[in-house]
Design a protein around this ligand. Sequence first.
Ligand code: ADP
Ligand code: ZN
Length: 530
Amino acid sequence: TRPETVDAGGRALDVLRTVFGYDAFRGDQAEIIETVVAGGDALVLMPTGGGKSLCYQVPSLVRQGVGVVVSPLIALMQDQVDALSALGVRAGFLNSTQDYTERRRVEDAFVSGTLDLLYLAPERLRVPETLALLDRGTVALFAIDEAHCVSQWGHDFRPDYLQLSVLHERWPDVPRIALTATATETTHTEIARRLQLTDARHFVASFDRPNIRYRIAAKNSPRTQLVDLLRSEHPGDAGIVYCLSRKSVEQTAEHLVAQGIPALPYHAGLDSRVRAANQSRFLREDGLVMVATIAFGMGIDKPDVRFVVHLDLPKSVEGYYQETGRAGRDGLPATAWLAYGLQDVVQQRRMIDTSDGDAAHRRTLSAHLDAMLSLCETVECRRVQLLAYFGQASTPCGNCDTCLAPPETWDGTVAAQKLLSTVVRLERERGQRYGAGHLVDILLGKETPRVTQLGHTSLSTFGIGADLSDGEWRAVVRQLLARGLLGVDGDGFGTLALTEASAEVLSGNRPVLLRREAPRAPRSRNARGS
Ligand code: ADP
Ligand code: ZN
C-alpha cells in the first residue's frame, strides 16, 4: 500500500470516531471509503440498513472540497441535513422547495467551501445554473444515491437520473460513488453502463437480513388476518402495511383504527402536508402503523420497524426485498409477512397484458412477476430463494415460514387435468371462457343459477372435483396460474385460458407437484427475544 492511502485510511477512521462516534467500519465500508478518498469510482450494492451513507459522508469530510450527493428523496433532505448538523457536519441542500434567499445562502456556502456536503435533487442538474455553480466551487466527490433509479425497467425509474452521465463528462477527475440497495445482475450492469462507471470498483455486500423472518400466507380475509397478526405477534409495535391502491390504503388504515390499532395512511393522492405530517409522526412516535402504497419508505431510516406487511402481491422480488428491508434495521427480530391469493395473480397478469409499452417491456414485467410468484409458491427456504435471486448462494435459514413449518406437497396432476379439461371443453366445444369462481363451481358440481342457466351441468367434468374443497380448488388454480400452466385472457375480465404448457399437463407428460395450504395460519409466536 502506498503511504498516502494508509494515511487516508487513518484519517477516515479518525472522522468515523470523532465525527460520527462509531468505533469501526462495517463490512466493505473501509475499502469503499479508501477507494473514493484515493480518487477512484465505486459502485456499492448494500442492503437497506447496511450503512451506505457513511461511504460517501466520510470521504466528503476527508477529501478537499464539498461532497455533492444526488438524491431523489427531496422530502428527506431537511432531515438528513439536520442530522448531520447535529454532528457538527456542515451540510446543505438545493431543491425545488426552497425560496431564493435560502438557495442563495447554500450556493454561497458551496462556492466559499464552507460546506462539507451538498444534497441535490437530480432535476437540479438539468438547470445550467447548477452546473455553472458546481464549476465555481470545489467538488470532493459525486455520490449518486438510490442509483437504481437510473434503470428504466426498474420500479423506481426517474428520468432525471439519465442525465447523470453529465457528471462524468464535465468533471472527469472527480470520483463518483453510486449506491443502491437493489442488486440483481441486470440492474447492476445497467447502473454501471448508464452512469458510465466503466472503471469503478464494484462492492457487493451480502444481502442477507438474518433477523427478518419471511412469511407468505394464503390470503383469505386480509384485514382480519392482518389484525390477528398485529394483535398476537406485534402488539404496540411500529410497522408498515403496503397496499396496492390508494383506496385500500385508506380502508385498511380506517379498519385498523376501528380495531384500536393506531394507524395512518400514506399515498401520493394525499395532500403533501398531510403526507409529510404522517411520515414525521411515524418516524417520531412509537408504535404507529403506516398503511401505505409503495410511494412510502424510500430513504426512511426508522430502526425499530418491527414488521412490514404486504396485503397485495408486489410486482417484483426487488421491490419486495427493498420494502421488507425496512423492517428490523436495528438488528432485532422482525417480521415480513405477505398475504397472497388467486386474485393477485389474475389481476397482475391482466395488468401486464393491458399495459402500455412494447412487447419487450411486457416480457420484463412478466419475468418480474414470475420470479415473485415462484417465491410465493416455493416449498423451499424463502431466504435461499431470495438470495439466489440476487446471485448469492446460501443454505436453509431456519427463520422463514417454510423452514419453520415445511409445507406438505401433494400430487396435483389429476386435479390439474380435471381443471384444465373443463377449460378445454368450454373453450373448444362452446367457445366460452370463465373466471376461477365459475370453473370451481362446475368442478364441485354446484348447481348455481349461473351453472344451470348456462347448461354447464351437462359438461362431463361437472362434479368430478368434489374430492377437494372450494379453497383447495382455488389454491390449485392459483398455483397453475403462478407456473404458467394456466393463463389469463387478455380480455380484461380475468377469464382463464389455456397456455402452451397446459397441453403437457393434459397429455400426462408433466406431473404437477402442488403446495398444500395450511388450513389456517397457525398462531406461532414470533421468535422475539429467543
Ligand atoms: P443504508 O443507507 O444503507 O440503508 P444507513 O447509512 O442509513 O444505511 O445506515 C444504517 C444504520 O447503521 C444507521 O443508523 C447508521 O448510523 C448505522 N451505521 C452505519 N455504519 C455504521 C458503523 N460503521 N458502525 C455503527 N453504526 C453504523
Ligand atoms: Zn428459511
